[in-house]
Design a protein around this ligand. Structure first.
Ligand SMILES: [Zn+2]
Length: 315
């Protein structure tokens, strides 16, 4: 396990946010996060560690409503985490995100559809899959998509120790750095399961944590009509749509989703573009003065935002 420098990022990160539920871990929690020194005792034997990892792999997806409720609770407690829940609600754009790949049977098909329609998307890849199929990850990046970290083993991080959480994120980072030559900027916790500790670790490793506003549940193969209805009926400005790489039904409905939303006037963006636009619009909203905004002022403003402005609609 590599020694980690988990250093909170400070004021510069403030520029990231303002309007959309993205934030930084606040000052109170903003000190260094260090892995426990008494780690071997804490982790127990290799066998118990393996068993914990096995259990943590049993992820189940958090609903959009749960994510929204968690965000509301953070706001209530004044906890501001560096995360992207949704893009700028004033911009008619959405981000398609594909988790859990790469997959040799599906990723090439997904990439071809996205190319055919001229859509750039975001792939949250699993480290062990990326290590197995590095060329697919290279292909994703080469075709202009953003590649993000989705842990090494696809685990529910809330079931792991701090050391194990950092290890899961770091190992995926390492694989992606080897393949792409650069550190991924984005991280998505499997199942949407996170807490302040996970957000803080992810932030100190250089990531913005990305959640979602729309979850058609495609991973459960509910049928093309259901995926379409769940996606098209609910999308709003700044939507982040959670889909999966490795599902045939997703591939089958993707052209319809793209065509429909485009006809409705939506533009497809990566989370990178979404975040950049959000930062710019935040600067505009504040007369371009975000850079000189005091941290305390910014925190107050973040807290005073009503959830309705920021958070996805529940289902
Ligand atoms: Zn996943």
């Amino acid at each position: 396990m590599k020694a980690m420098k988990l250093v909170a990022s400070g004021f510069a990160v403030v520029l990231l946010v303002f309007c959309c539920g993205i934030g930084l871990v606040n000052g109170e929690a903003n000190g260094k996060v260090t892995a426990s020194k008494s780690l071997p005792a804490q982790l127990g034997t290799a066998a118990t560690r393996r068993e914990r990892l096995r259990k943590a792999r049993e992820t189940s997806y958090k609903s959009v409503g749960d994510i929204e409720a968690q965000h509301a609770e953070e706001q209530r407690q004044g906890i501001v985490l560096k995360k992207l829940l949704r893009g700028d609600p004033t911009r008619k754009e959405v981000a398609l995100t594909f988790d859990d790949g790469p997959h040799p049977a599906y990723t090439p098909k997904l990439l071809d559809i996205l190319d055919r329609y001229g859509v750039k998307a975001t792939f949250f890849v699993v480290g062990m899959m990326a290590r197995r199929y590095p060329n697919l990850v290279k292909e994703e990046a080469a075709r202009g998509h953003v590649v993000g970290n989705h842990t090494y083993h696809h685990v529910d991080l809330t079931k792991l120790s701090e050391e194990e959480i950092a290890d899961e994120i770091q190992r995926c980072d390492d694989v992606l750095k080897r393949i792409l030559g650069k550190q991924p900027r984005y991280f998505r916790p499997p199942g949407g399961d996170y807490n302040a500790k996970i957000a803080q670790i992810s932030q100190s490793m250089g990531h913005t944590m990305v959640l979602w506003t729309d979850d058609p549940g495609d991973y459960a193969n509910p049928g093309e009509d259901v995926i379409l209805e769940r996606t098209l009926g609910r999308v709003r400005n700044g939507g982040i749509i959670l889909m999966h790489d490795g599902i045939q039904q997703t591939i089958d409905v993707l052209p319809t989703i793209i065509t429909y939303l485009r006809n409705k006037g939506y533009r497809f963006v990566t989370v990178d573009e979404m975040l950049d636009a959000t930062v710019k619009s935040s600067a505009l909203q504040n007369g371009g003065a975000v850079g000189s905004l005091k941290l305390s002022t910014w925190r107050r403003a973040m807290r005073s935002h009503s959830l309705g402005d920021l958070a996805p609609r529940s289902r």
